[in-house]
Design a protein around this ligand. Structure first.
Ligand code: PEP
Ligand code: MN
Length: 267
């Protein structure tokens, strides 16, 4: 692979008020206005929450499950942004999603694991963002292929985007059911070696697949020097329309954040 030097901005320099370690919280899927209101009530005056997430187009592996509310939910996220005064982020998987996200003032986009595997999709999204100043976070692909992950970030960079981050959400491993998506800390560290300027956020929710695993995975990620956490949070996880088993309540999230140490970074 040819040597690449990317000059990207750290999350604290994205102009969004993000701190050194970024905590991203919010539901797997945006479901109702009430759901978001309840989360806002819990997150108001919680300076630790740096960014709000909410899926509006949900990539479901098999059909017949809730696939997200789509554009209709985007004004509700704007409301969250107005109330909490923090940036909001969503997943985009095609150029129509990008167009809608930009129209509705979404602050940060992320590319999902099922999109990162496809260079054509990644390139189309990158091309649709040419000339747009918006941060993009790229989740690792479903399979442990470092080049696909690096390549997706390079495609974004080559389209002129310089506010980039990676998200480690683990890798499919049909032979090890300990995790929903097995973490590969070594591969995540290799990404840091290939692209030293890119910060990595850890997604313990999709790695563990169970709410009780989130604390330990988060601590592990921070010990490896990861730069932030994305944790799926729902006012009533058992009732969630997607990923019910892995979401935590806001109260559980705040307890986890209190109990983990952000300081034991190996730099
Ligand atoms: C999500 O963040 O809700 C999601 C679908 O994630 P992933 O792309 O990691 O499966
Ligand atoms: Mn999810």
């Amino acid at each position: 692979m040819k040597e690449r030097k990317m000059k990207t901005l750290k999350m604290k320099d994205w102009g969004l008020g993000l701190g050194k370690h970024v905590v991203i919280a919010g539901p797997c899927s945006v479901e109702t206005e009430k759901q978001l209101e309840e989360l806002c009530n819990s997150f108001e005056r919680e300076p630790q929450i740096g960014m709000f997430r909410g899926g509006v187009w949900k990539p479901r592996t098999r059909p017949g499950n809730f696939e997200g509310l789509g554009e209709e939910a985007l004004p509700w996220l704007q409301e969250v942004k107005n109330r909490l005064k923090i940036p909001v982020c969503i997943e985009v998987a095609n150029t129509a999603h990008v167009e809608a996200a930009l129209k509705h003032g979404i602050d940060v986009l992320w590319i999902g694991a099922r999109t990162t595997v496809n260079p054509f999709s990644v390139q189309e999204i990158a091309d649709s963002l040419r000339g747009v100043d918006i941060p993009v976070m790229v989740k690792n692909p479903i399979n442990p292929d470092l080049a696909l992950w690096v390549g997706a970030l390079e495609r974004m960079y080559d389209a002129g985007l310089n506010k980039l981050a990676a998200i480690h959400r683990g890798f499919a491993d049909p032979y090890d059911k300990t995790y929903r998506n097995k973490p590969n800390w070594n591969l995540a560290m290799q990404l840091k070696l290939e692209l030293p300027e890119i910060e990595i956020i850890n997604d313990p929710s999709h790695i563990g697949g169970k709410s009780e695993m989130i604390k330990d995975i988060s601590q592990r990620a921070l010990n490896f020097g990861m730069d932030g956490l994305m944790i799926e949070t729902h006012p009533n996880p058992q009732e969630a329309w997607s990923d019910a088993r892995q979401q935590v309540t806001p109260e559980q999230l705040l307890t986890i954040l209190k109990e983990i140490s952000f300081k034991d970074k190996i730099d």
